[in-house]
Design a protein around this ligand. Structure first.
Ligand SMILES: O=C(CO)[C@@H](O)[C@H](O)COP(=O)(O)O
Length: 237
């Protein structure tokens, strides 16, 4: 994918956020990585989505330095570039304040796999990070947010569970590109809503078993994926 194509995808994904109910005002941002150049395209800070144009997007390097663009990049840019450096193989990141996932983040609770909706996209629990320390909050906050996310994935595969809840903040999701990351953000919000109500209805509910988790995750992911049409096999749905 060329840098121009990454820009187009990042613009499209950012502009879809409000209509999908994933953000209010400007409470979110999407970025995409051009693997060929190692450059990241990200939304400008504080610009309403409906006014966003491709020329407003900002291009930064993997250290977060602006290489193209007349506007300030998203305030969360240090978090995005830290995750691109930490999680090999991801090509898009979405940060939103979607209500149900944000409720879990504020409560400091992970989202357990309670059903196949979850299992189709996340191979296990979606973790919640620890809270940032006073020192981390008063330091380089957005960089420290990236570090606390990476810390939560020391024993997890970020490609198998492409989402996290940042405690007392909100979710970050990722994928093979910006639109794939957006799909994961959509599913995360649904999984969070279903999990919240399921646990309210049945406080003793247990996570699904390994066999159902394997079956549903592997229908859409990996060499044996058979969901959808052949040309889309392996693509996220
Ligand atoms: O997490 C937050 C606010 O809590 C941020 O996501 C902003 O709400 C979006 O910032 P910009 O991308 O517009 O700088």
């Amino acid at each position: 994918m060329s840098l121009q194509e990454v820009k187009q995808q990042v613009l499209e994904a950012n502009r879809q956020l409000p209509g999908l109910g994933l953000v209010k005002l400007t409470w979110g941002n999407v970025s995409g990585l051009d693997a060929e150049t190692g450059l990241v395209v990200i939304k400008p800070s504080g610009v309403p989505y409906e006014r966003l144009t491709i020329d407003d997007l900002v291009v930064v390097d993997l250290d977060g330095r602006v290489v193209e663009g007349r506007l300030n990049p998203s305030s969360d840019t240090p978090t995005h570039v830290y995750l691109y450096r930490s999680f090999r193989g991801i090509g898009g990141i979405v940060h939103v304040h979607s209500p149900w996932a944000t409720i879990f983040a504020q409560a400091g609770r992970p989202i357990p796999p309670l059903g196949t909706t979850h299992a189709d996209h996340f191979y296990g629990e979606v973790p919640c990070t620890r809270a940032l320390t006073e020192e981390e909050i008063s330091g380089h906050y957005e960089l420290e947010t990236g570090k606390v996310i990476a810390e939560a994935f020391r024993q997890r595969d970020p490609l198998a569970v492409p989402a996290v809840l940042v405690r007392q903040h909100a979710p970050f999701c990722w994928g093979k590109d910006a639109l794939d990351a957006l799909r994961n953000a959509i599913v995360l919000e649904e999984a969070a809503k279903f999990a919240y109500h399921t646990m309210m209805l049945n406080p003793r509910v247990e996570p699904i078993g390994q066999s159902l988790l394997d079956k549903h995750y592997q229908r859409k992911h990996g060499p044996g994926a058979y969901y959808g049409q052949r040309e889309a096999a392996g693509a996220a749905h």
